[in-house]
Design a protein around this ligand. Sequence first.
Ligand SMILES: Cc1cc2nc3c(=O)[nH]c(=O)nc-3n(C[C@H](O)[C@H](O)[C@H](O)COP(=O)(O)OP(=O)(O)OC[C@H]3O[C@@H](n4cnc5c(N)ncnc54)[C@H](O)[C@@H]3O)c2cc1C
Length: 278
Amino acid sequence: MLAFYRTQGLMSQLLSPLKPATRRMRVRAIHTLSPRMRRVVFTGVSPTDLADLANVSPGAAIKLMFPLNANGAADRTLGRAYTIRRYHAERAELEVDFVVHDETPTAQHGPAARWLEHAAPGDEVEFAGPKRGFQANPAAPWTLLVGDETALPAIFAILESLPERTRVHAFIAISDARARLPLEGVPGGASAGHPRSHDIHWVEADTAHAGAMVVGALSAQTLPTGTPQVFLAGEASLLKQVRTLLEDTWAVPRDAIDAKGYWTAGLTREQRKAQERR
Ligand SMILES: Cc1cc2nc3c(=O)[nH]c(=O)nc-3n(C[C@H](O)[C@H](O)[C@H](O)COP(=O)(O)OP(=O)(O)OC[C@H]3O[C@@H](n4cnc5c(N)ncnc54)[C@H](O)[C@@H]3O)c2cc1C
């Protein structure tokens, strides 16, 4: 299975047109999707600037450059990864869904959370990427998607992209019921509801308990047999606990698990990276 992912990654690199290291985009609108999620709609500075984003695989992310200083001066910036929730080619609009970090005290907010608090239409942001997203493995008997609210945009993009025949279960940890969002891109019209909605298991827990609660939900659910293809993303401790269940108890091979640590409670991205280097 590892060879499959390597080939896919290499192929997408070879096929992607040459892009500048960073480019700029502009905020067109900001929508409140739930008390926990804000959608920022971006457009290119010129109409074709973002056109290549139409070809990315679901769950692919870009790195947005936010001002380091709380006063918003962009003389120094720090990069933060955010998922491409959707690119609308016909409107040349990119949607990025930001979690509101209200579990973290405002004084400890990082550059992305600070930027979101004051973001307004017309603001410009530099970004790099995109980076590779999820590559569905047609040979896997079923697909397991696990994450917290930061992974919701990636999990939703993957769910909306999977062929109807794919058997899939998604477990998403949310702070409370208000964070639930509907799947979009309904094939038969919005009133029918997205058929994949039934594949989502919502797990309500705060960050400190999300890992244990998701492990409990996974263990309690009757799931298909065979080794799943796994996408796992979110807070570091959730990742660790779910990996332990998958690898040690379920014996899922490492190369079947695409695990991405998105953030660490109590640490900035720079502190997390420094810890990983030690
Ligand atoms: C590939 C990838 C894709 C991602 N996609 C998304 C996405 O689509 N939407 C999204 O919202 N996030 C996404 N993230 C997570 C996001 O990049 C991090 O949450 C990031 O650390 C936020 O940066 P910051 O500057 O606000 O906080 P930092 O400077 O990194 O941290 C400052 C403080 O805020 C806390 N903090 C960071 N994130 C959160 C959080 N989610 N909730 C509460 N407290 C937090 C930290 O623990 C720290 O105490 C993604 C990450 C990766 C790697």
